[in-house]
Design a protein. Structure first.
Lengths: 155, 424
């Protein structure tokens, strides 16, 4: 799945495709090594580098907003969920209903990601950039991350 | 209960931050679409995570089983709020194995639901166990928070050693005063004919032997041997054992003890036991089914405890070894202290018989010539010890897993028949 995203990002672009591919392959290799060695700490690094490959493709592509971004996001989050499940699988035989439930949850996450991606694209098309807006964006990004971590600790 | 966060939390937080900052730096709104789902999934998971509310109970089908039997253990789970993801492990001690069911198992307990998990446990080794410690791990629906805890609902489970088939038991040299199944040497009321003697006033007329009386011209009466019971004391050597692949000489000794105990108690004899080793344990001779359970329950707690103190049989209470009791010793003859105590018993006039539990079957084959020489020397030393017992008039038979117990008992009986201890 992740390999598909890496390959598509490399092949879809017209400029410096080898740079995009190299970045993507590095990310894919790190995720593969994390799965093989069951190292959960480097999965995020590998996924971030695959995301960076897509960002590199977008930067080199230029032009309008890429309408296929929600699909890339869906692939990334699905790969992330499956990777963490593979690294730390539950101990013991899993009941069939629980497996089915996990599958449904994964489908819901993917569909939700597609929806969020589409909403972001719609919002991106209707907003012009400005310095103030960028500052607000930075603060929002930092606040979102901090809130996430604080919620995790408090729970 | 310990709560911990999955590595997904930091990973998703990092991906969120990196994605949003990259989106701002590169002015690519698509990257917001990449990062936002990670933040939303993590926030949703953390807000939905609730500590599990679970009642656990363990029930056993039976509390007493025989070695090799299977017993069903049921783990009952009840949750008011539900547990979306639960990993459960029923801890099994060594000697118990799972023969059916999955352990551990991953399941979901719905809100207000009761789940019964059935585990079929095979009792492969005798012993007194406590079964029912359950270890659990719960996760939130998206796997971001993990709770781990265990509950102790242990129930006693006694696994009794299997009995060996025994055709005939050792006949005692001396009997006691109570009625039993053994023909006593004394003369009295009984069934077995002993002798004839002249009639004396007071003898019952039904004891008159009319044929002998007619031949002699005066009254002669029959004398009989009465049936009496006897006192048996099992002497279990627990100084040391030889073991291999989960089996040991102590297992054989206990199996023989249970077989012999059950056999003698069925004959209405009184049976007691002494475990002589690192830990002393004893039970005075008594009779009945209650005594069988007392002895077997005490034997279940037997274990080898390494100890360097020299023990004498004087440490035992006097009534543990009643006079004229027959002592049956079960020993691998690995420790000099046990051999010394047995020779002491014989010297004190006890009717002693020894069943040597052979440790040879539990040894690793010698790896080289030096080990072979060592094994040969050790075997010679053991043979010399056996010779000491035989010279002292103590019957000794070797028993291992390859031979029935009945054969070993028959060897002892044959020795006792042809080599009796003469006492003044």
């Amino acid at each position: 799945m992740l390999g598909g995203l890496v390959g598509w990002s490399a092949l879809a672009g017209h400029r410096l495709a080898w740079v995009v591919a190299a970045v993507g392959c590095a990310g894919w290799a790190i995720v593969a090594a994390a799965l093989a060695g069951r190292w959960s700490s480097i999965v995020a690094i590998g996924l971030a580098i695959v995301g960076a490959e897509y960002a590199t493709y977008l930067s080199l592509r230029g032009g309008s907003v890429d309408s296929r971004a929600p699909f890339a996001a869906a692939v990334l989050i699905a790969a992330s969920e499956l990777a963490f499940l593979a690294i730390a699988p539950p101990a013991g035989r899993i009941e069939r209903t629980l497996l089915l439930r996990f599958g449904l949850v994964l489908v819901a996450i993917v569909l939700g990601t597609l929806l969020v991606g589409e909403l972001v694209l719609v919002a991106a098309g209707s907003v012009r950039s400005s310095l103030a807006l960028e500052a607000v964006g930075v603060l929002a990004a930092v606040a979102a991350t901090a809130l996430l971590l604080r919620t995790a600790v408090s729970r | 209960m310990t709560r911990s966060l999955s590595p997904k939390v930091t990973a998703y937080a990092g991906l969120t931050g990196a994605g949003l900052l990259a989106a701002l730096a590169l002015r690519l709104p698509e990257l917001v679409g990449l990062a936002a789902p990670f933040a939303l999934v993590a926030t949703l998971a953390l807000s939905l995570a609730r500590p599990p509310d679970l009642d656990v109970d363990v029930e056993l089908e039976r509390e007493r089983v025989l070695e090799g039997d299977e017993v069903e253990a049921v783990v009952e789970l009840r949750s008011a709020g539900g547990v979306p993801h639960l990993e459960l492990l029923l801890e099994l001690q060594r000697g118990l194995e799972l023969s059916d069911g999955d352990d551990p198992v991953v399941l979901r307990v719905g809100a207000g639901e009761q789940r019964d998990l059935r585990f079929l446990v095979a009792c492969t080794r005798w012993g007194a166990y406590r079964l029912g410690r359950v270890i659990m791990r719960a996760r939130d629906p998206l796997g971001f928070v993990v709770w781990e805890w265990h509950v102790d609902r242990r129930r006693p489970l006694k696994v009794y050693p299997g009995e060996e088939f025994v055709r005939g038991l050792l006949a005692p040299l001396e009997t006691q005063v109570f009625s039993g199944n053994h023909v006593a040497r004394q003369r009295g009321e009984g069934i077995e004919f002993a002798d004839l003697r002249p009639f004396v006033p007071g003898d019952r007329m039904r004891r008159v032997n009319w044929r002998a009386s007619a031949r002699r011209g005066e009254l002669w009466v029959n004398e009989h041997h009465p049936e009496r019971n006897t006192d048996i004391v099992l002497f279990l050597d627990t100084f040391a054992e030889e073991s291999r692949e989960g089996r040991s000489t102590l297992d054989l000794a206990l199996r023989a003890s249970v077989s012999v105990t059950a056999g003698y108690l069925r004959q209405k004899d009184r049976v007691g036991f002494v475990t002589f080793g690192g830990m002393l344990n004893w039970l005075r001779p008594a009779t009945g089914t209650t005594q069988l359970y007392r002895i077997v329950d005490s034997l279940l707690d037997t274990q080898i405890v390494l100890n360097y103190a020299w023990k004498d049989i004087d440490v035992l209470p006097r009534r543990t070894l009643p006079p004229h009791a027959m002592v049956i010793a079960l020993t691998p003859l690995l420790d000099d202290r046990a051999a010394s105590a047995l020779l002491d018993l014989s010297a004190r006039g006890f009717d002693l018989s020894i069943l040597e539990i052979s440790p040879l079957g539990f040894l690793e084959p010698p790896a080289n010539e030096a080990a072979e020489v060592g094994l040969a020397l050790w075997s010679l030393r053991r043979e010399a010890l056996r010779d000491r017992f035989r010279k002292a008039g103590v019957p000794l038979a070797l028993w291992d897993e390859q031979r029935p117990l009945a054969v070993a008992l028959e060897e002892v009986t044959t020795f006792r028949r042809f080599a009796r201890v003469a006492s003044a």
